[in-house]
Design a protein around this ligand. Structure first.
Ligand code: ADP
Length: 452
């Protein structure tokens, strides 16, 4: 087992990894930017090294500084968390070359999933159904229109290097397609330094359902059920649950999707934790959209339902150990739901709302989990993602989990900034949400209703 791990991240996920390490007797080295001097991950780690100014490009994305910190701190491994360098194959490669274990898949597996057009092709070859779309990226308006003619509308243009819902535009006719093509390319260039886009059929009112997998280096790959992440704003998740309340989500379908995810992972010689994402139409047909080669924000709901600490497993398998559980022994033991707390104003188009958290009071009690780096007096810097924590409720039944979450949202106090809590509370009270009848369009539908 490792003696010391560097956590190349910040916020709640850095804290999450530190917590796992502490329970495993592993020493931790935090890295931080000048804006994060007072951050909890810095305080809770055994050691901390400042790696640069606030801007991510100058700190959390600066590979040479992180590797230098790892060398100075003499760590055995680096946990990248999610975001930042977590899906950067080049970074994983440099770690390998410096004899530092990257806690994640090998660079080739990361690469095979990083380009979404290539990932679609890989999934198709593995026999996993993909959303109908273009073969590879589309370079010109004319090519785009040719694809449209073949597939028919509606369509969605997506960035090959996409992430966080950016570089994505819907199109319903030739005119909007041409416009969408150019806006998506521009947005992709700005966000990912790569303008390449591809075209997919737009699935109308789909559910976003994803399968958690984890693999060790001894040839074991397991799937740990699904998460329903259909409650999204701007194509980004805000509420997730396990299992999916979709009435069509039977044990058979779950197994089938689990097997498809494992097959894909096998095909790219996958190791460590990953998520295979699908869109599901109203009939229960599912289509691969992408694979995230890292731990995800919403991993906690799977942990609660299956009783597995995924971050500890990640560390164990990276150290060469076998997975501590087998597929056939895994059993869902209830329902978990997660609400993300974002420092945003939900009624001003989810505009970020950084600043001083004057008071923070976290909910407690039976079945409650709070993963957050916030404390009273903490100043949220404006430079990073607006997610400041997650509330997770576990219950024997969905109803119990939802009632518990409603109570948790009532109990939480955050003063000084705007958060998504009031909005999430209103989602939880929607009769259709409680009935499990919702798609990725649900948030927009509620907001339209509220405006009317
Ligand atoms: P990102 O990597 O930016 O998160 P994804 O490919 O994972 O992008 O898609 C994010 C979300 O965008 C999905 O959960 C879904 O709501 C929407 N989306 C993506 N592709 C499609 C599609 N073909 N049809 C309908 N919605 C889509």
């Amino acid at each position: 087992m490792f003696d010391k791990i560097l956590i190349a991240n910040r916020g709640e996920i850095a804290l999450r990894v530190i917590r796992a390490c502490q329970e495993m007797g592993i020493r931790t080295l935090a890295v931080y930017s000048e804006a994060d001097v007072d951050s909890l991950h810095v305080q809770r780690a055994d050691e901390a090294i400042c790696i640069g100014p606030a801007a991510s490009m100058e700190s959390y994305l600066k590979i040479d500084r992180i590797i230098s910190a790892a060398e100075v701190g003499d760590v055995d491994a680096i946990h990248p968390g999610y975001g930042f360098l977590a899906e950067n194959a080049h970074f994983a490669e440099i770690c390998e070359n410096c004899n530092i274990k990257f806690i994640g898949p090998n660079p080739a597996a990361i690469r095979s999933m990083a380009d979404k057009a290539v990932a679609r092709e890989t999934a198709r070859k593995a026999g996993v159904p993909v959303v109908p779309g273009s073969e590879g990226p589309v370079e010109t308006e004319a090519e785009c229109l040719r694809v449209a003619k073949k597939l028919g509308y509606p369509l969605i243009i997506k960035a090959v290097a996409g992430g966080g819902g950016r570089g994505m535009r819907e199109a319903h006719n030739d005119v909007s397609l041409v416009k969408a093509f150019h806006t998506a390319r521009m947005e992709a260039e700005r966000a990912f330094n790569d303008p390449s886009v591809y075209v997919e059929k737009l699935i109308v009112n789909p559910r976003h359902i994803e399968i958690q997998i984890i693999a060790d280096s001894h040839g074991h790959i397991v799937h740990l059920g699904e998460r329903d992440c259909s409650i999204q704003r701007k194509h980004q998740k805000i509420i997730e649950e396990c299992p999916s309340p979709f009435p069509g989500m039977t044990d058979d379908l779950r197994k089938k999707m689990g097997k498809a995810a494992v097959k894909l992972a096998e095909n790219v010689k996958y190791e460590n934790a990953g998520t295979v994402e699908f869109l599901m139409d109203e009939k229960g047909n599912y289509f691969f959209i992408e694979m995230n080669t890292r731990i995800q924000v919403e991993h906690a709901v799977t942990e609660e339902v299956y009783g597995v600490d995924l971050v500890k497993e990640q560390i164990r398998v990276a150290a060469g150990e076998k997975l501590s559980f087998e597929q056939k022994k895994l059993e869902a033991r209830g329902v978990a739901i997660e609400v993300r707390i974002n420092a945003e104003d939900p009624y001003e188009n989810f505009r970020p709302s950084p600043g001083m958290v004057e008071l923070f009071y976290a909910p407690g009690g039976y079945g409650v989990r709070v993963d957050s780096h916030v404390y009273s007096g903490y100043v949220i810097p404006p430079h990073y993602d607006s997610m400041i924590g997650k509330l997770i409720a576990f219950g024997k039944t969905r109803r119990e989990a939802l009632d518990r979450m409603t109570r948790m949202l009532d109990e939480t106090i955050i003063r000084g900034i705007k958060t998504t809590i009031p909005f999430c509370k209103s989602v939880l009270l929607e009769p259709d949400f409680r009935r499990g009848r919702f798609s990725t369009a649900f948030v927009d539908q509620i907001l339209t209703k509220k405006r009317a």
